[in-house]
Design a protein around this ligand. Structure first.
Ligand code: ZN
Length: 247
């Protein structure tokens, strides 16, 4: 069976002397694994498009229960990621998070659009990497069915307050008048961070990263998104642990 897909190479494992084993996020088939024979060799026709983070098109054929990459063509290399270890590490973490959340052999167009945008902003370095990380975490978890309810205070229905509390485990908020909940982990959010958190869930996809945030607000937004991600995936990811050694 032959298959033509477009996607992002999330992970590359070396296989033997010269082969690569790629995990690819595709729009039509979710996350798939494919073997690229000889691709570790720089002269191989598939060596460029089978590197990590590349967005490209791939012609696959199936041999027994494994996909083999026959032809490949890169469209985006996101070369800016190689300029900075921190941005590269955020990209690596988002790739691992994708592998955790995206189903195999099921359409995943929204995830692919999200990851293409996230890698582009990280590569171009036109947004703070922690902003891209947090917005992508919140959006990806929402796509995966973990959408929090950030519309209003869960106690009194208040929409706005200078201080809000976000409870990552339940994915709910409380206003400053109702106060921090007893016996439940809660993060404090000022107006800037609260607006960003809402934006990351409710904004149109094409506007997801179209905002700015810095200082304490960015720190709060980033902390809230990461706490939410950790509470939903319920395990530690090696790429996130590495990233945190640099924060
Ligand atoms: Zn309230």
């Amino acid at each position: 069976m032959n298959l033509a897909v477009s996607g992002i190479v999330l992970k590359v494992s070396q296989s033997g002397e010269s082969d690569r084993f790629c995990t690819i996020l595709t729009g039509d088939h979710g996350v798939i694994s494919a073997f690229a024979k000889g691709a570790k060799n720089m002269k191989n026709k598939n060596s460029t498009a089978t590197a990590q983070f590349v967005y490209g098109s791939f012609e696959l054929f199936r041999r027994r229960d494994i996909y083999m990459i026959d032809e490949s063509q890169y469209e985006e290399l996101y070369t800016g990621l190689r300029e900075d270890i921190f941005r590269l590490s955020v990209a690596q973490y988002l790739c691992q998070l994708t592998m955790e959340l995206v189903p195999e052999e099921q359409p995943a167009e929204d995830y692919l659009r999200l990851m293409r945008a996230a890698l582009w902003y990280l590569s171009e370095n036109t947004r703070p990497p922690l902003l891209v990380k947090a917005a992508a975490e919140m959006r990806m978890l929402s796509l995966a069915g973990y959408m929090p309810d950030l519309v209003m205070c869960r106690e009194c229905g208040n929409y706005e307050h200078n201080t809000m509390f976000f409870m990552p485990d339940s994915g709910t908020i409380r206003c400053g008048s109702c106060g921090r909940p007893a016996g439940e982990y809660a993060l404090t959010l000022g107006r800037g961070a609260m607006t960003a958190l809402r934006h990351s869930i409710y904004a149109e996809q094409r506007k997801l990263f179209a905002f700015s945030l810095s200082g304490e607000s960015l720190k709060q937004f980033s902390g809230a998104a990461e706490a939410f991600a950790l509470s939903k995936i319920e395990k530690s990811l090696t790429t996130l642990e590495f990233l945190k050694t640099m924060m």
